[in-house]
Design a protein around this ligand. Structure first.
Ligand SMILES: [Cu+2]
Length: 158
């Protein structure tokens, strides 16, 4: 039942986020395209905006890739419940092979996607990243799942 809940969440995310990056999500959900890492099952993928706080530095093993991201209202937690993710400074320990951080600097405003694989290692991975207008004003607020369109109906789908 637990696995079913997660599979449902995965399908829903892929449909909601039908952007170019959603194609990556679909492959991660095991529908259609082959999964690049067969042992890392992706539960969902999310797109949000954020500001680069720090970049990984190969010469400093303790350095981290940190992004101050906006709230993700439709974020589904490991228990399958959509409680959202508040705006936060979040470490991203992994970046997909096809995502380049070249030209990305601390302070840049970006739109990016990351996938979530609760039982995977890493648990989340950046799957897309693009700089946006540096004058973009980000909003750092608490998550509010009630803002997600049709969230209730989707949760009740058999
Ligand atoms: Cu976060």
């Amino acid at each position: 039942m637990h696995a079913n809940t997660k599979a449902k969440a995965c399908g829903r995310r892929a449909i909601v986020l039908l952007t170019t990056t959603a194609l990556v999500a679909l492959s991660g959900c095991g529908e259609g395209l082959p999964e690049p890492q067969a042992d890392r099952r992706v539960n969902a993928i999310y797109e949000t905006r954020g500001q680069i706080v720090s970049l990984p530095d190969p010469s400093n093993p303790t350095s981290e890739f940190m992004i101050h991201h906006e709230a993700i209202d439709d974020f589904v937690h490991q228990d399958g419940v959509m409680r959202g993710m508040n705006a936060m400074v979040m470490p991203f320990p992994a970046v997909a092979d096809d995502v380049s951080l070249e030209g990305i600097d601390v302070g840049d405003i970006v739109v990016f996607s990351f996938d979530v694989a609760w039982e995977g290692d890493p648990k989340w991975k950046v799957t897309a990243m693009e700089k946006i207008d540096p004058s973009t004003e980000l909003t750092f607020r608490q998550a509010d799942p009630t803002l997600v369109p049709n969230a209730d109906e989707a949760d009740d789908t058999p």
